[in-house]
Design a binder for this molecule. Structure first.
Ligand SMILES: Cc1cc2nc3c(=O)[nH]c(=O)nc-3n(C[C@H](O)[C@H](O)[C@H](O)COP(=O)(O)OP(=O)(O)OC[C@H]3O[C@@H](n4cnc5c(N)ncnc54)[C@H](O)[C@@H]3O)c2cc1C
Length: 521
């Protein structure tokens, strides 16, 4: 795999010539502006020009923006003002310079020097585990995925979930993550699955369901850079798009989609370099002779797997495993409901989002909900949650609710979401908690104390979790970031994002907030 860096936009033909047949190349363009015109004469050049036009729709002045192409390639746009900083966070791009410390003032939020990748084990086969396995496999790394139940059976087990970016009207870190991830997931989905086979290319309307949402949607609609990504629609326009009565106008996201997460997970895990062990639980992780040893259990036997690298993608159970055992993550129970349309009833043509969401039918079932119960850990379908989802739908879209066949018992899926204190995913390399708590103990007295000691890392341990209610959007790009860090390749995330998502923020916050920490091995 090669990396090509351009400081001005290459013409598609010129790039096609350089790339030849390398469909795994990483192309980096350092640029402030989208090019006025791109000309291509060869078909390879035209393919690249087409890809750039498609990516332009999702490119929203992000400091760093990545888009997949070819078999395993990726192209990344970087704004010049963050290029130097980005290089310093991407170890293989330039050697470390004296300015390094100017940017990386929190050693626990840096990245470890990559160590040789001999064998990788991923724990958990939800969307986070599958996309991490895929991101590594497409770069030629063989991966073993361990799943205690079956693939996409926990939080990633919904009939349909929405892919769109519920962003704020301000340039928050969440907005940057969601916009960058939305474009990435959408392109990945299109590359992996034909439309209709596991996902609906139906678009999403985010309705003005209360005064706050109306204000947010209005502010967003005024922001010109986003105009190709979504448009404001009146109630009448929304009804025309959706094909049913709706209570308000809102924002129309034409590239939004409804995804069956199982189908996407399965497609990602189909890569020949990925082996999946289902009905296999990772009980403990320990360090033996410079390798990690995972004590596994299936129905027949206990056995060990050795790994130079482990990525913990265990969703709500991530913090039951050493070396992140006891880390402060929150569990939030949620249930969606599925139902079919009465025969002859008007079809709903796009997904709708408001206080809850509803999708058009896939395999004859619409999906709506979801409930939200912090600190509840029971994942059985509940009658109370089923009633709640129906009641919400009756109040929100009464005509549609009346056109659905009632269920005689709860239908749908219940699962536990995993969330962090700041509602951002937890993504990246993991420090040695016990050593960090000692080394950075001064932060307990003064959270701004200038600590300079390098971070004590757990060599080769990564985590990709806490995707909350947006894992279909955020997990695939975060998986790319993990593969890049592990292999010393350019990250698709800006430095600001890498630091905001860094796993070590959790134990260090416990330190600065004087929260007790139960370390277990
Ligand atoms: C009701 C509901 C509605 C949602 N709607 C949307 C939506 O519309 N759009 C959206 O983007 N997101 C939505 N989400 C969120 C999204 O589904 C999650 O963020 C995402 O599925 C999380 O994926 P994951 O891989 O991190 O976790 P999971 O899918 O939970 O996967 C973790 C896996 O790890 C396995 N595991 C755990 N411990 C071990 C162990 N020790 N050994 C082996 N395996 C282990 C588990 O069995 C599980 O399969 C929704 C979530 C819920 C619950």
């Amino acid at each position: 795999m090669s990396i090509y860096i351009f400081h001005e936009w290459p013409q598609p033909d010129e790039l096609a010539q350089q790339l030849g047949n390398d469909k795994q190349a990483e192309i980096v363009v350092v640029t402030e502006k989208w090019p006025e015109s791109l000309t291509a004469r060869s078909s390879a050049g035209q393919n690249i020009a087409q890809l750039w036009l498609e990516a332009k729709v999702f490119w929203q002045q992000q400091p760093v923006f990545s888009y997949p192409f070819g078999d395993a390639g990726k192209f990344t746009l970087i704004q010049p003002q963050v290029y130097e900083q980005w290089c310093q966070f991407n170890p293989n791009m330039v050697s470390t310079t004296p300015e390094y410390s100017k940017f990386i003032y929190k050693p626990w939020l840096t990245l470890p020097t990559p160590i040789p990748v001999k064998s990788v084990v991923i724990i958990g086969a939800g969307i986070a585990g599958a996309s991490t396995a895929f991101a590594l496999a497409k770069r030629g790394i063989a991966v073993t995925v361990i799943e205690q139940h079956s693939i996409a059976s926990a939080a990633s087990g919904n009939h349909l979930g929405l892919l769109y970016a519920k962003i704020s009207a301000h340039a928050t870190i969440q907005t940057e993550l969601l916009l960058a991830s939305y474009g990435y997931s959408r392109a990945l989905l299109k590359n992996c699955l034909p439309a209709g086979k596991g996902w609906l290319d139906c678009g999403v309307i985010h309705l003005d369901y209360n005064a706050t949402e109306k204000q947010r949607n209005t502010l967003l609609a005024q922001q010109n850079p986003h105009s190709t990504l979504f448009q404001t629609v009146t109630k009448a326009e929304a009804e025309q798009i959706a094909g049913i009565d709706v209570p308000n106008g809102g924002l129309w996201w034409p590239y939004g989609a409804a995804i069956n997460p199982f189908s996407l997970t399965e497609a990602l895990l189909r890569h020949p370099l990925i082996s999946v062990l289902t009905a296999t639980k990772a009980n403990t992780i320990s360090r033996q002779n410079d390798l990690w040893q995972i004590d596994c259990q299936n129905q027949q036997k206990s056995f060990y797997l050795d790994a130079s690298h482990i990525v913990i993608c265990a969703g709500a159970e991530s913090n039951s495993l050493y070396p992140v055992a006891g880390w402060p993550l929150h569990k939030i129970r949620g249930q969606t409901t599925t139902a079919s349309l009465r025969s002859g009833a008007t079809q709903i043509k796009c997904a709708l989002s408001g206080n809850s969401y509803i999708t058009p039918p896939w395999q004859h079932k619409l999906c709506f909900g979801a409930t939200f119960h912090p600190n509840q850990t029971n994942d059985d379908l509940s009658v109370a949650d089923e009633h709640f989802n129906w009641e919400q739908l009756r109040q929100w879209l009464p005509h549609l609710a009346a056109n659905l066949n009632p269920n005689t018992s709860p239908q749908g899926h219940a699962a536990i979401r995993c969330d962090a204190f700041d509602h951002l995913p937890v993504v990246g390399p993991v420090g040695d908690t016990a050593a960090m708590l000692v080394q950075y103990a001064q932060l307990r007295l003064d959270k701004n104390y200038p600590v300079t000691q390098p971070c004590p890392w757990q060599p080769g341990i990564f985590v990709n979790t806490a995707h909350g209610s947006r894992g279909l959007v955020t997990a695939p790009l975060c998986a790319e970031a993990i593969a890049a860090t592990m292999l010393g390749l350019p990250s698709p995330l800006s430095v600001r994002l890498q630091q905001a998502l860094h796993p070590n923020r959790l134990p260090i916050r416990s330190l600065t907030h004087h929260q007790s920490f139960r370390l277990s091995t």
